[in-house]
Design a protein around this ligand. Structure first.
Ligand code: SF4
Length: 83
């Protein structure tokens, strides 16, 4: 994300979360829950331009695929970095 834009997020157990409920990931992937549940940690924002589109019916069917628990080793798998 450019520095003058912000993704606001309250999920403070995420590695990319920062004070003020701001996401500090350089990019994120929001996708359908179905993809979130079925794809591994390496399936993330860096691959977004080649992904199929995933329509849903409501916000409750979407998720942030870039979420990684603080302290998790899988933080290295997604190609996303903290700004
Ligand atoms: S990566 Fe997703 S879950 Fe984590 S702080 Fe950013 S928007 Fe929130």
């Amino acid at each position: 994300m450019a520095n003058n834009q912000h993704i606001h997020c309250t999920v403070n157990s995420c590695h990319y979360w920062n004070q003020g409920n701001k996401c500090q990931a350089n990019e994120i992937l929001v996708t359908s829950d179905r993809i979130g549940e079925s794809r591994g940690d390496s399936y993330d924002a860096t691959m977004a331009t080649s992904m199929s589109e995933t329509p849903v019916g409501s916000c409750m069917e979407t998720c942030c695929k870039t979420y990684v628990s603080k302290g998790s080793d899988s933080v290295k798998l997604d190609g996303v970095y903290r700004q």
